[in-house]
Design a protein around this ligand. Structure first.
Ligand SMILES: [Zn+2]
Ligand SMILES: [Zn+2]
Length: 413
């Protein structure tokens, strides 16, 4: 029934490796038990005694080269690798020498079945069970908190910890801080004299004010701040706020009291920034956020020539309502953007207040509209413009984002 000579060519081997070669045939037994059954089967049909002649400990096994006997060691390595992290779920992966994988499939072929279990599968399963029993964490194949990859060739562990993603919206009232970390130009973030070793051109940013408390609580190694677009440094972000996702990398602690964090951040940064609607989200939200575009409303203080009347301002504002405007790439961004003419729809322009030499406007326009140029005309590069319609040179002095008009979001508190 079995070719003893063929089998002998691979001897000695361990019981587990013998059992694994028919591993998927019978369910409910582990590979060692299957191995013992196989010994019986082979000996009965061949009138042989392979237990004495061919079976050995894993240490001397020609198939697994000792790996099966190392499972307890791999369990310890795995537990140790995550001992600093508070996690709920994990997954085990293993890297196994190609030669071992080749030999085990050749060996399994003798028994005429392709139903052998791979050594990686056995290792992953049994190490997983061991970790579960020791640390009481659940094994989970789909998006676990941690993936422990054991390189069995060198007894090293490569640990992957799932990032934490926190979505929310922010307001920015401080017109001196950028949205994200802004590295020092001189040292490019390494830290030098002119940035006091901080590596930053601006010591604070929306990112730093929001992320630092989370970094502390979760003990993460770094963070990324994904905003749905951004406003200029000198622009406030008002209204319902701008959506963002904060990504915390390699967090040691995953338990976060979002309500408490929100209160803390808002109390410490009162008058500068505020966050709201914080929730834990999947990674996919980052791309969704990046791909979302919407109309925006702005509040702008505009300087106007003396003598320009409220009537002509009203008239100019009215003529921009639902108007298609053509904007050639502004000179101020021409160094980094292609020179194109971009058509943009202006929904509305409303006059909020009017003073001698000054008008306050609320402008709602399609995403990507250059508001400063819409007002100034940018030397004729934006047509028509508020300046051309009121027949006087107007200039944005202060620009704030009032709102992002996301679908169904205008009702949120
Ligand atoms: Zn073996
Ligand atoms: Zn520097």
């Amino acid at each position: 029934m079995f070719d003893l000579e063929e089998i002998k060519r691979y001897a000695p081997f361990c019981v587990s490796c013998l059992g694994r070669s028919v591993g998927l045939v019978g369910f409910g037994l582990d590979n060692r038990e299957r191995g013992l059954e196989m010994i019986n089967l082979i000996d009965i049909s061949n009138n042989s005694n392979i237990e004495n002649e061919m079976i050995c400990d894993s240490d001397d096994c020609n198939i697994c080269d000792g790996l099966i006997g190392e499972i307890d060691n791999f369990i310890d390595l795995s537990c140790e690798s995550i001992s600093d992290y508070s996690l709920d779920t994990f997954k085990i992966g293993t890297v196994v020498d190609k030669e071992i994988i080749k030999i085990e499939s050749e060996f399994a072929a003798i028994f005429g079945t392709n139903l052998f279990e791979s050594i990686k599968s056995q290792l992953n399963r049994e190490i997983g069970i061991g970790v579960y029993q020791k640390l009481n964490l659940s094994a989970r194949l789909d998006r676990p908190d941690s993936t422990i990859i054991i390189d069995t060739r060198y007894d090293t562990v490569n640990l992957e910890i799932k990032s934490i993603f926190i979505e929310g919206k922010y307001n920015k009232f401080d017109r001196t801080i950028p949205q994200t970390y802004w590295p020092c130009r001189k040292c490019k973030g390494r830290g030098c004299k002119s940035c006091n070793g901080s590596g930053l051109l601006y010591p604070d940013s929306v990112q730093s004010l929001v992320a630092e408390p989370f970094m502390k609580v979760t003990n993460s190694t770094e963070n990324l701040f994904h905003g749905m677009g951004r406003e200029d440094i000198d622009a406030a972000m008002l209204g319902f706020g701008r959506p963002f996702v904060l990504e915390l990398r390699m967090p040691k602690n995953r338990k976060i009291d979002l309500g408490y964090m929100k209160k803390e951040i808002n109390a410490v940064n009162e008058g500068r920034i505020r966050v709201r609607d914080l929730e834990i989200v999947p990674r996919a939200r980052v791309a969704e956020l990046k791909n979302t575009v919407c109309d925006k409303s702005y509040r702008v203080d505009v300087s106007i020539p003396e003598g320009l009347t409220i009537e002509s301002l009203k008239n100019g504002a009215q003529r921009l309502k639902e108007k298609l405007v053509k904007q050639r790439t502004p000179t101020r961004v021409a160094h980094r953007r292609a020179d194109l003419i971009r058509p943009r729809i202006v929904q509305s322009v409303n006059i909020l207040s009017f003073n001698q030499g000054m008008v306050e406007l609320e402008i709602r326009a399609q995403h990507g509209t250059y508001i400063r140029e819409l007002v100034s005309g940018d030397m004729g590069r934006t047509v028509p413009s508020f300046s051309s319609l009121v027949d006087g040179a107007c200039k944005v002095e202060v620009l704030d984002v009032l709102n992002l008009h996301l679908e169904n979001e205008e009702e949120t508190k």
